[in-house]
Design a protein around this ligand. Sequence first.
Ligand code: FE2
Ligand code: FE2
Length: 472
Amino acid sequence: MATNIDYNELIPNNVDLASDRRLQRALESWHPKFMQWWRARGPEYFQDNDVYLRTAISVDKNGWAHFGKLKMPDYRWGIFLAESSAEKKISFGEHKGESVWQDVPGEYRAPLRRLIVTQGDTEPASVEQQRLLAATAPSLIDMRNLFQVNVEEGRHLWAMVYLLMAHFGRDGREEAEQLLIRQSGDPDKPRILGAFNEKTPDWLAFFMFTFFTDRDGKYQLASLAESAFDPLARSAQFMLTEEAHHMYVGETGVSRVVQRACEIMNDNKTDDVRRFGGIDLPTLQKYINFHFSVSEDLFGSGQSTNAANYYTSGLKGRYQESRLKDDHQLTDEPYKVVRVENGKLITIEVSALSVVNERLRDDYIADCQRGIDRWNKIISDRGIEFSFQLPHRAFHRQIGEFADVHATPDGRIIDQGEWDRHTNDWLPSEADQEFVASLMVQVTEPGEFAAWIAPPRMGINDQPVDFEYVTL
Ligand SMILES: [Fe+2]
Ligand SMILES: [Fe+2]
């Protein structure tokens, strides 16, 4: 398989698309529909401006990306699979030790299609959610980062559409159409998963989204990268390379807002950060509570027969499956989970196979906690006594074990009355959202930043922070 990508084709790829005329024609006929979608539902502004973007040119870990200025509609969306080896074996489930599959086994056609469509649906959804943000970009480098995330989510859509068209025949082609028809937030034809129908109305929400929700993407992709269906595993593997940047945008974005709040507090000897045009730490905590909890829901029900079947069939593994020390079939493995019983939270031991989703959520929560710790260090380094806390997993959940109860951020089960009295203390209130919205102003002078956010420590690809990342 070629490491380098063929850019002479309409659809750049390293899957030798030219040798499969039927598939090539199917993808080429989807191309204008994608472009139409991108124009209508991709970034609302600056489509005709040059943006400093990275484009994948190889799946080699060293030097896989090229940076240069181009207009977003000229971005070369393509199909890139990470490298594989002929001897690759299935690493878990009942087919453990057998060779990985290059084609979809008949009995797993429906669940695999479902997994690919669900993943694929999130990609254009986030582009739709973020389409108005450039109008309030706090700087050119932030605007560029937004567009980079957007074009790569578009490429992730291509990655999933390729799998559908190459392996699912007519059904796959129909699913590919539907991926451009469903629309984030549309009451009649919404995106499949809840968090992808929420609004991303401001840049604080965008940074939280790329930290918390793109991180869900990382964990989903990492478990798909273990799949016995090798083309899916290799697609997911390469998508993870791009995904890392999205989470970096989120983590550093929030860091810079935290830093700015701390600077205001120290410079003015005050907690009233808002008066000086910054976003105060308690408001940031509420945004964390919201975005973390809706992203947790993306992992589905903790206890799940579907997830157990995906695992046993080899369709979707655990996070870093090969590094885990057990039988990789979970025949007698126990696992600890939190349950609600008689209005209290208790920890019980259940079969690990029955709670594969919960385990993935645990890995996700631990990863989120590391980010929270880094944000807290920014605060403590500046001598301020405040720390963010990840809310308890039972807080503000719509799916799974905790959907029917109300819980405080520290994990106490409460009644409806108490929940209603405190919602605005725990989640961004309308007034909070209006305040954040009031700070959103577009800054387009290279090297200048809106007052609510500190500049980043460095630029993109060794360019200076004041580089003209978008040519206006
Ligand atoms: Fe993505
Ligand atoms: Fe992403």
